[in-house]
Design a protein. Structure first.
Length: 430
């Protein structure tokens, strides 16, 4: 495979130095995609989080898992060759395809430098990896939200303690987890299938795991199949059934990856989409659409009604306080950007791990042990945290601007599918 890389590098250099339009035809987009995909797969040997999914040719995988000392310069040269070849193809290929492809390459180059020890400012890292400019939010704003929550939350004392006490009645017993989740997944799938034509064989398996820094994860295996894992380290509350069913499944990650495979890889032959690099602009769209997909599938009061009528009884939870519970949850959701600020301050060494955990306890109402778990997520995934809330807002605003309001649900599903089935990044949605 290295011989292939060398040939492509030489061809890329020659083509870039030539004024002859026929030179670019010598290297097909399939070859460019192969160089990119094989580079990402090899890079994944040095960081197990890099390759989130791969469903391309088996012959493209590294022939050995044995790693040489980190070949930074070779990786950068290969990715620069891809970028140069994409520039040559820019006038003859799909403009959005080339634009998105180049952004993915920039992210990969950035990750190579980070694996070699480079450290970027939080905002610059987010720009290079996710094509995004995350907003800054002052703590005074979060304090004002706490005041609003304090006014409606029952009890006296610290808000985080009162919330923890109040929500104990909404924990799903472990023995009932799968029953509740399967009901949520079934309903989310039914709603998605009313609007999208997915492959007949699409499916996924749910596993319950421990000792992970995340609450849920979708491992897309290709051919319309996913493995979804749910972390049971901490109590799982009733709202997480719909959240995770939609986010990880329908119309979230499972549908997103299935449509990319179906529409871009299989139908259009865009082989660069056969690999999903986690630290890339694709992730902002993946996480943002997965979160907004909850509102697409269960708009307005439909979610609460379904939960009260179906999920609460299955979980043996009394629905009498459901309205108040979800009203408070909505206010707490507005505090999500506090987690971004905690990550920015912590990763920038402006606050300690303990201080970051204190911030999460205060503003995001995390239990202390879960707050510490979240700081480990910061260590491992860094600026990735922006993809959940900022990504959701970008997807939501794009859908609304294009007519996908709650008053036109069919149009909302239509615009949402456009995002799931085409090249999109943060800057493309603004």
């Amino acid at each position: 495979m290295k011989q292939v890389f060398i040939v492509l590098l030489l061809l890329a250099t020659a083509a870039c130095n030539s004024n002859k339009p026929q030179e670019k035809a010598a290297i097909s987009m399939d070859s460019v995609a192969q160089l990119y995909v094989t580079t990402i797969l090899e890079l994944g040997l040095y960081d197990g989080d890099i390759v989130d999914a791969y469903y391309g040719p088996e012959s493209w995988r590294p022939v050995s898992s044995k790693k040489e000392p980190f070949p930074k310069q070779r990786f950068l040269s290969q990715l620069q060759a891809v970028d140069s070849l994409l520039t040559l193809h820019g006038n003859s290929e799909d403009e959005r395809r080339i634009s998105m492809f180049k952004k993915q390459v920039t992210a990969a180059q950035t990750k190579v430098k980070m694996l070699d020890g480079a450290v970027f400012d939080f905002d610059l890292e987010a720009q290079l990896l996710y094509d995004a400019q995350p907003p800054h939010t002052d703590s005074l704003y979060f304090d004002s939200l706490l005041t609003a929550i304090d006014a409606v939350l029952p009890g006296k004392g610290a808000i985080s303690s009162r919330w923890e006490t109040f929500r104990k009645d909404f924990v799903i017993q472990k023995s009932l987890l799968d029953t509740v989740f399967q009901a949520a997944i079934t309903e989310a799938r039914v709603r998605s299938n009313k609007h999208y034509t997915l492959p007949k064989n699409e499916n996924f398996k749910v596993e319950y795991v421990n000792n992970e820094p995340w609450s849920g994860y979708n491992y897309f295996k290709g051919n319309g199949y996913s493995l979804i894992q749910i972390n049971t380290d901490f109590p799982i509350y009733i709202e997480r059934a719909i959240d995770l069913a939609c986010h990880e499944g329908y119309p979230g990650h499972h549908v997103y990856n299935t449509l990319l495979e179906q529409k871009l890889v299989n139908e259009k032959g865009w082989k660069e989409y056969s690999v999903y690099p986690l630290f890339s602009p694709q992730s902002l769209v993946a996480e943002g659409s997965a979160n907004f997909g909850i509102q697409v599938a269960f708009p307005g009061k439909e979610r609460l009604e379904f939960e009260k009528n179906v999920l609460f009884p299955l979980a043996k939870i009394d629905p009498k306080k459901a309205e108040l519970y979800y009203a408070i949850l909505e206010k707490i959701e507005a505090l999500s950007y506090a987690g971004n600020e905690a990550a920015r301050l912590y990763l920038g060494k402006q606050i300690s791990r303990e201080e970051a955990a204190n911030w999460l306890v205060k503003y995001n109402f995390y239990a202390r042990d879960k707050a510490m778990q979240r700081t480990r997520f910061f260590d491992r995934y860094r600026s990735y945290v922006i993809n959940y809330n900022y990504g959701q807002d970008l997807v939501k605003n794009y859908v609304l601007r294009n007519g996908g309001t709650e008053f036109d649900p069919d149009r909302r599903w239509e615009v949402f599918e456009e995002i799931l089935s085409n090249p999109f990044s943060a800057s493309m949605m603004q």
